[in-house]
Design a protein around this ligand. Structure first.
Ligand SMILES: NC(=O)c1ccc[n+]([C@@H]2O[C@H](COP(=O)([O-])OP(=O)(O)OC[C@H]3O[C@@H](n4cnc5c(N)ncnc54)[C@H](O)[C@@H]3O)[C@@H](O)[C@H]2O)c1
Length: 368
């Protein structure tokens, strides 16, 4: 993400009244609509390291929603736990209530959901103090686990990639390597097998080999799967897998997957472009989960309409790849320009016109 996208509308830094821990909420942009983004609870050597994280992550949420064409802005929360701190259940509750109060104090310009270190049950607890939370458990009327929707969105992105490669959205007969078979990756692998794709599967957990056998897929070690001779690699584990060391060794035609922050540095997008490998920015391919949760819980859409929005990722990716190809730029550049254009157009409109434009994009209208 370029530095100019890292400018924020509001940053709230609080010491929790009950817990005493630093809570940082960054509202990056409400230009397209009220901001949304998860709550990360993580240990940091210094709370300022958490500040750095929240600034980058909240800008990423703006890009995610803008690229998806949703009328939402980007925000994020980081609870910066001291490294030595072990949270007991009582203290954890105090932290979450403090976070909820801090969100409520922002008056509805930002809503939060789960991220690393928090889950649906935590959102339910925070819901005692604020309505501005999403991904509560389904038993409590929330949208629950986001992984199936993230998987659906990634599959939609893969269909668009297939169209770009061979002119057909069918994945039948295509060779794909899925690296990481967790909540999202295992679902993607199962769906791809059902579509008739030829699969290479991989995980650092050897226990996942059983899934490969069940799906009739070839099992490989993670490094071998990443560099396998396939049509598309699907990174579905941790970030940072595409580096100046791994990219020269790749033997695929395209890469699209749900793993966050796949590029070790932004320059790696140029390396991929130079090698003629299509790369779908992760914030576009992985947006299905948050699109679904926000649509159902914050925008009040029914399941069918929320699902349609998730599947809209196919059109977004297809248009991005076509635009990038036409102009001879990487999809990373094309996506960032799309984000800037949508934010710029909405900012110029202002007032009632902005309301209409946001409604056309889909989702809640901006509150300004
Ligand atoms: N769950 C969601 O809705 C969602 C939404 C957006 C983005 N993502 C991103 O997608 C990725 C996967 O999410 P998830 O929910 O499936 O996580 P998960 O923790 O359920 O699964 C991750 C899997 O990757 C494996 N793994 C870890 N390191 C690996 C390595 N070096 N090589 C191969 N496998 C490795 C783990 O053993 C595990 O099976 C993450 O990067 C996550 O941030 C998830």
């Amino acid at each position: 993400m370029s530095a100019s996208l890292l400018e924020h509308e509001q940053i709230a830094i609080r010491t929790g009244r009950r817990s005493g821990v630093p809570i940082i909420i960054a509202v990056h942009s409400t230009v397209l609509g009220p901001a949304a983004g998860g709550c990360r609870m993580w240990r940091y050597r210094r709370w300022q390291d958490g500040l750095e994280d929240v600034l980058r992550l909240s800008a990423g949420m703006t890009a995610k929603f803008a690229a998806a064409g949703l009328a939402r802005g980007g925000g994020k929360t980081v609870v910066a736990l001291p490294e030595e701190m072990e949270l007991g259940p009582g203290q954890r509750r105090e932290v979450l209530l403090d976070v909820a109060d801090a969100i409520e104090a922002l008056g509805g310009i930002y809503a939060t959901g789960p991220d690393v270190g928090t889950g649906p049950d935590d959102m339910a607890l925070m819901g005692e103090r604020t309505n501005h939370v999403f991904c509560k458990p389904t038993a409590l009327g929330g949208s629950g686990d986001s992984s199936p929707h993230t998987a659906d969105g990634t599959l939609a992105a893969l269909q668009a990639v297939a169209t770009g490669l061979d002119g057909t959205r069918s994945l039948r007969g295509l060779r794909l390597a899925v690296v990481g078979l967790g909540n999202v990756g295992a679902r993607i692998a199962a769906a791809l097998a059902q579509e008739g794709a030829e699969l290479v599967l991989s995980d650092i957990d050897p226990g996942k080999q059983a899934l490969a056998e069940q799906l009739g897929a070839r099992w490989e070690a993670p490094e071998a799967a990443l560099t396998a001779e396939v049509d598309i690699v699907v990174p579905a584990a941790l970030g940072g897998v595409l580096t100046d060391v791994t990219v020269p060794a790749l033997r695929c035609r395209a890469i699209a997957g749900p793993a966050n922050n796949q590029l070790a540095t932004p320059e790696v997008a140029d390396l991929l472009q130079a090698r003629g490998i299509e790369w779908v920015p992760d914030y576009v391919a992985s947006a299905g989960g948050v699109i679904h949760a926000v649509s159902v819980e914050l925008d009040g859409l029914g399941e069918d309409d929320a699902h349609k929005r998730v599947l809209g990722i196919e059109g977004t990716v297809r248009d991005l790849l076509a635009d990038a190809k036409r102009r001879g730029v990487s999809a990373a550049v094309a996506a960032e320009e799309l984000v800037r254009a949508r934010l710029g157009a909405a900012a110029r409109l202002g007032g009632a016109a902005r309301f209409d434009a946001a409604a056309q994009l889909g989702g809640a209208a901006p509150s300004a």
